[in-house]
Design a protein around this ligand. Sequence first.
Ligand code: CU
Length: 155
Amino acid sequence: MKRVRIRWAAAAVLALGSGAVEAAGRLAVDDAWIRTAPPAASMRAGYATLRNVGDAPLQIRRIRSDAFGDVSLHATVVEDGVARMREIEALRLAPGEEAVLEPGGKHLMLMQPQRELAAGATATVIFDLDDGATTATADFVVRDADAAATEHVHH
Ligand SMILES: [Cu+2]
């Protein structure tokens, strides 16, 4: 299983090693992928497991990517037998809590692709947290849903 860690993870380990009391990493992004789609598709869906690895509640304030003009977080809700998507304004995670973004459920709605994203390509997605200072970055790999399902491991 591929694990994508935020870039400041190493720095946090160094800080702990030197006896600093600063909060370690806050948001871990694992199993990050984007579903393959026809080249002309105007929107894509992204999936990942988001986990609060810190010791304080966190809130994801904004999500962005150079590969897309607009990124938002959606929930899928079924109303009268019809699946609809609804934007999640701000995702909150308690310490240790995780949100699984997966087909049929929560997902990243990736609009206005800025370049071709064929299978195997990656798009870097940045998660800005509520404190305005902390950012988590993950590379999302473009792949088929079926292949991802067989690799996916729930924790
Ligand atoms: Cu959506």
